[in-house]
Write a protein that binds this ligand. Structure first.
Ligand SMILES: NC(=O)c1ccc[n+]([C@@H]2O[C@H](COP(=O)([O-])OP(=O)(O)OC[C@H]3O[C@@H](n4cnc5c(N)ncnc54)[C@H](OP(=O)(O)O)[C@@H]3O)[C@@H](O)[C@H]2O)c1
Length: 361
C-alpha cells in the first residue's frame, strides 16, 4: 500500500481553530492539488472527530478527474474510511451520504450500530494503523490518502506507515490557540528528501519518507515466484519461493520443502544465509506469499524468524488464503517495525502455482 498523508496548516502550525465553523486554510490552487491527490487515491481516511467536526464529503469534486478515473476503470470517487471506538457518527453526515465511494468504518466496538446500513463496519481487535492498512490491502486498495486529523495522522506516523507527507502552510492565517489541533512532522525533517515550493500564497513541502522501490521489488519477487515452482505439489502446503537480499547485496534463496518436509521457503533461505554467516539486519526478504504467523511443525513461524533476524523489509505478492489457518503475518511484521509491501499484480500467478489447493488465477 502506498500511503500519502496530506495536511493544511496555518502559519503557526494549526490544523483548525476551536470555533464551530470549519477553518479554511487552503487557497484554490492548493485545493486543486488536494483534488488531484484524492483522484490518485483508492481510499481516503480521516478520523471520526474530523467526520463529526468538519462533515467532509471526501469526494473528487472535479469532473475531468472523475472522467479520468472512470476511463481507467476506477470508481469516480475513492472509498471513504474512518476509525471510531465510540461509533458516535451521524448516518446523515456527508461521509455516509455524499458521492459514490464505498464507506468503511473500522472499530473495536462490538455494539450493534445504526451505521450498519450506511457503511461496511469492520470490527477488528485493535485499531492499529498496521491492521487498518492490512485490512484495506486485503480488500484490494493500493493507494491510501490520510487527511487527518492530528490523532489519526499520529497513529500512522507512530507505526512508520506514511510514505509521503504533503504539508501546505498558509502563512496568512494565524490561530494562536494552544488548545486547537496542531501538527508538526513527527520526524527529523533534515533526514528525508524534500521538495519545497510556493503555491498561490501557500508554502508546500513534500517529504519522501519511503522512496518508491517498485522496480527492484518486482524484480526479486518474480525470482521468488519462479523458485516456488520447484516445490512438488502436496495437499498440506502451499508452494512458495523466497529470496533474501542483504544490505551488502548478498542473495540467498529457498523454496518450500527444499531440504526438509517441514520447512517453509523463507526458513530455507534464512538457514542458508545464517550458515554462510550473513548479517541479516536491515535485509529484505521477497516471498511469493505472505510469511506465516503460526506453525505447529516448527518452533518459530516465518514472521517470527524475520523479526528475530532484524529484516527491515518484507515483500510479497499474495496474502495467505485461508486454506489452513488465519494468517496474521503482515500485521505482525508491520507491528514489529518491518516495512511490508504487497504487489497484487503478481498474485494471480502465485494462485495458479497453488492450483493443487483449489486456488485459481
Ligand atoms: N487542516 C487539515 O488538513 C485537517 C484535516 C483533517 C482534520 N483536521 C482537523 O482535525 C481536527 C480533528 O482531529 P483529531 O486529532 O481531534 O481527531 P481525528 O484524528 O479526526 O479523529 C480521532 C478519532 O478517531 C477515533 N480513533 C479510534 N482509535 C484511534 C486511535 N488509535 N488513534 C486515533 N484516533 C482513533 C476516535 O473516534 P471516536 O471518538 O469516535 O472513538 C477518535 O476520537 C478537526 O478540528 C479537523 O478540522 C484538519
Amino acid at each position: 500500500m502506498n500511503v500519502y498523508a496530506s495536511v493544511a496548516l496555518s502559519g503557526d502550525g494549526y490544523m483548525d481553530d476551536r470555533s464551530p465553523r470549519r477553518l479554511i486554510l487552503s487557497t484554490p490552487a492548493d485545493w486543486r492539488e488536494v483534488m488531484r491527490l484524492r483522484a490518485w487515491a483508492d481510499a481516503i481516511l480521516v478520523g471520526a472527530e474530523t467526520v463529526r467536526r468538519d462533515d467532509p464529503s471526501l469526494t473528487v469534486r472535479d469532473e475531468a478527474l472523475r472522467r479520468e478515473r472512470l476511463a481507467a476503470n476506477r470508481p469516480a470517487d475513492p472509498a471513504k474510511v474512518t476509525l471510531s471506538r465510540s461509533l458516535r457518527l451521524a448516518p446523515a453526515s456527508n461521509f455516509f451520504t455524499a458521492g459514490s465511494g464505498a464507506r468503511i468504518v473500522f472499530t473495536d466496538n462490538a455494539a450493534a450500530s445504526p451505521l450498519e446500513t450506511a457503511a461496511e463496519i469492520v470490527r477488528i481487535p485493535d485499531l492499529s494503523a498496521a491492521r487498518i492498512l492490512t485490512e484495506l490491502e486485503k480488500r484490494g486498495f493500493e493507494r491510501l490518502l490520510v487527511e487527518g486529523g492530528p490523532r489519526t495522522l499520529g497513529l500512522f506516523f507512530a507505526e512508520g506507515l506514511v510514505d509521503t507527507l504533503r504539508m501546505a502552510v498558509n502563512p496568512a492565517v494565524r490561530v494562536g490557540d494552544p488548545h486547537a489541533p496542531r501538527f508538526e512532522p513527527p520526524f527529523d525533517p533534515a533526514r528525508f528528501p524534500q521538495q519545497r515550493r510556493r503555491l498561490e500564497g501557500m508554502e508546500v513541502t513534500t517529504y519522501t519518507l519511503h522512496p518508491d522501490r517498485t522496480e527492484e521489488d518486482l524484480h526479486y519477487l518474480r525470482q521468488a515466484i519462479a523458485l516456488s515452482r520447484r516445490c512438488t505439489p502436496c495437499a498440506t502446503s502451499y508452494r512458495v519461493g523466497a529470496v533474501i537480499v542483504t544490505r551488502s547485496g548478498d542473495r540467498f534463496t529457498g523454496y518450500t520443502h527444499e531440504t526438509s518436509p517441514t520447512h517453509h521457503a523463507e526458513q530455507e533461505a534464512i538457514l542458508k544465509a545464517t550458515a554462510a554467516g550473513a548479517d541479516l539486519h536491515g535485509a529484505s526478504i521477497y516471498s511469493s506469499m505472505e510469511p506465516c504467523s503460526t506453525r505447529s511443525s516448527e518452533p518459530e513461524s516465518c514472521s517470527e524468524l524475520i523479526l528475530r533476524h532484524g529484516f527491515s523489509r518484507t515483500v510479497f505478492a499474495l496474502y495467505e488464503p485461508s486454506c489452513f489457518v488465519c494468517c496474521e503475518g503482515a500485521v505482525r511484521l508491520r507491528k514489529g517495525g518491518v516495512e511490508v509491501r504487497v504487489y497484487p499484480q503478481l498474485a494471480g500467478e502465485v494462485r495458479a502455482i497453488n492450483g493443487h489447493l483449489g486456488l485459481h488465477e
